[in-house]
Write a protein that binds this ligand. Structure first.
Ligand code: 13P
Ligand code: SF4
Length: 366
């Protein structure tokens, strides 16, 4: 019922083994596993591990591609816990999903838990019995929240399809209840032509109606959970202004988990897949400032030597939980798998997985 679990035990000396030796050992274990294994890597993973990925992508693409790799019975996920859970929910019955560090959570996903969301749902339903409330959860949420959404007629969305998901939800009812990312919700509302100030914000620390005045909640079309990503809320309008002052021809692209004023100040916003695609499309000589996790920005910089690519925030602290997946932990995982010991399995209980699958399938059908 959680979005993260206790960290796995890694023998301490592994952290001091030279990198070249770890790469050789991980490669040998990977080869020994052959077609039995597919390795999925999210774009925010470090170079030292993503080099082992068979498939790279955003969270939803990876979950789907893992299930499509039917020859593999082992799926190693280079990412964070909610992504591994989603992969397990969509996996084939014979597949097991493994996360090299079970402590790799997600700050944003942990902003909402099943107890406070369930309580909020009950309060809103009791206060406004005539409203049809449609729950929507961001992919960055626990399996228990995806299951909650599934059994209450809602869907999952990602940063890549949030606009379509909101349109769908608005057609199903007259109040959209979106969690856990306030900023993605506000940016999506703006894309739909809704005044970005119009959605009300449910603060789970407030006992009564999330701190929202009853009249305002009763009139609201969109209710956003007060949750945020600690990486993307580090970007500011001032950084955008500084990038423009230093590079008058710069194109600023940010992830929609950034606060609304930052997205407004930027030229474009979109998912990690969108950002990668836009860099591919831009002509040589372009200058691009990017507002998202540092590992991805650095990889884009290396992959586009003909462009000037830099992170909007020079001293950005990368996503610490994504960075918990290290080469020593991956080596330890692959060697155990090759020896027949399936360590660090992420398994969503069947009833929960069935309900969560409903919400994921509704997203797929959009
Ligand atoms: P994407 O789905 O755009 O890859 O984003 C996942 C994420 O965690 C962003 O912080
Ligand atoms: Fe979660 Fe933010 Fe890290 Fe993405 S960047 S995994 S939303 S903490």
């Amino acid at each position: 019922m959680t979005t993260s679990a206790p960290a796995c035990a890694i023998p301490a000396p592994e952290e001091t083994v030279p990198e070249a030796e770890l790469i050789a050992r991980a490669t040998a274990a990977r080869e020994a596993l052959g077609d039995r294994l597919v390795v999925l890597g999210h774009h925010y993973q470090k170079h030292e591990v993503i080099r082992f990925a068979d498939i790279t992508g955003d969270s939803f693409l990876l979950a789907r591609r893992g299930a499509e790799a039917t020859r593999a019975d082992l799926v190693v996920f280079l990412g964070v816990y909610f992504m591994a859970e989603a992969a397990d929910i969509l996996a084939q019955p014979h597949q097991r999903v493994v996360l090299p560090d079970l402590g790799a959570g997600c700050h944003l996903a942990e902003c909402a838990d099943i107890f406070t969301v369930d309580d909020a749902w009950s309060q809103i339903s009791r206060a406004f019995p005539d409203r049809t409330i449609v729950p929507l959860t961001y992919m960055n949420s626990g399996a228990d929240l995806k299951a909650f959404v599934g059994r209450n007629g809602g869907a999952v969305c990602t940063s890549g399809n949030a606009v379509r998901a909101f349109e769908w939800a608005r057609a199903q009812g007259d109040m959209v209840f979106f969690f856990p990312d306030e900023h993605l919700g506000r940016n999506t509302a703006a894309r739909l032509g809704i005044d970005p100030a119009a959605p009300v914000v449910w603060d789970p620390r407030q006992a009564e109606l999330g701190g929202i005045a009853p009249d305002a909640l009763g009139a609201a079309e969109i209710v956003l959970w007060k949750g945020f990503c600690n990486v993307h809320t580090g970007f500011t309008v001032r950084q955008v202004e500084e990038a423009r002052a230093a590079h008058p021809d710069v194109t600023v692209i940010v992830h929609p988990e950034c606060p609304r004023p930052v997205v407004e100040a930027a030229d474009e916003d979109g998912s990690t897949e969108y950002i990668i695609r836009r860099l591919d499309e831009m002509p040589a000589g372009s200058t691009v400032a990017i507002g998202t996790d540092w590992n991805l920005v650095d990889r884009l910089r290396l992959n586009h030597p003909d462009k000037t690519v830099f992170c909007l925030k020079e001293d950005l602290c990368p996503c610490v939980t994504m960075n918990r997946i290290t080469l020593p932990k991956l080596t330890w995982t692959l060697e155990n798998l090759a020896a027949g010991d399936v360590v660090n399995v992420v398994q969503v209980e069947e009833q929960m997985a069935a309900e969560a699958r409903l919400a994921l399938d509704r997203m797929l059908a959009l």
